[in-house]
Structure formats: C-alpha cells, structure tokens
Design a protein around this ligand. Structure first.
Ligand SMILES: [Zn+2]
Length: 106
C-alpha cells in the first residue's frame, strides 16, 4: 500500500532512456531530502545511491531500495543501463535479495 506522500514523490515510472533515469534519481534524492523516503540500501549489482545521486554517474546496473517513512511502502529504483533495456522506479514488496545497507547521508 502506498500513501499520498510517496505516491506524489515517486510517481511510479518506467525508465527507458538515460533522461528517465536521471529524473528518477533526482526524484528519489528529493524525496529523501523532504523526509518522505528513507534510503534502505543497494540491491544486487547496484552502486550506493550516494555516489549516483552526487552525479558521479552510474554503472551497468542501478538497483537501490527506499521505503516510505509514512506508510512503510518499499520502492525499488532499478535499471539495466549497459544494454539500455531500461528499468523502473516503482513500489515493490520487501526486497527478496540481500541489500547492502550503505548509508545516504542527509
Ligand atoms: Zn507512503
């Protein structure tokens, strides 16, 4: 279940082009800054969100998890950038995979 806050912050979206990914990264960083989402860590192959959001660019895979501080809904920002097959920023169940609890300083 999502709530108004995270729905507005995330606006679940498909990622098809690098532009889309930049926008999704910005949306996630903004949502953290506004205290709507909490950063939970990087999933398999994903770089720490801190280095991505800082503008260092991204690797072949983007895979980061967030949760809503109001309703607890998890969100996954993931994209496969190497082949450009895209990805999404969308609500998910809790991650099935092990996530690295790297920290995003706020
Ligand atoms: Zn929420």
């Amino acid at each position: 279940m999502t709530c108004k806050k995270c729905e507005e912050a995330v606006q679940p979206q498909r990622i098809k082009r690098p532009d889309d990914l930049s926008r999704a990264i910005l949306a996630a960083a903004n949502a953290i800054e506004l205290g709507i989402l909490s950063y939970e860590g990087a999933g398999a192959w994903g770089d720490p969100f801190q280095s991505i959001a800082r503008g260092d660019g991204w690797g072949d895979f983007v895979n980061n998890y967030f949760s809503c501080l109001s309703c607890g809904q998890w969100f996954n920002l993931q994209a496969e950038t190497y082949h450009g097959s895209g990805g999404a920023f969308e609500p998910v169940r809790e991650p099935a995979e092990q996530i690295q609890r790297d920290v995003y300083p706020t």
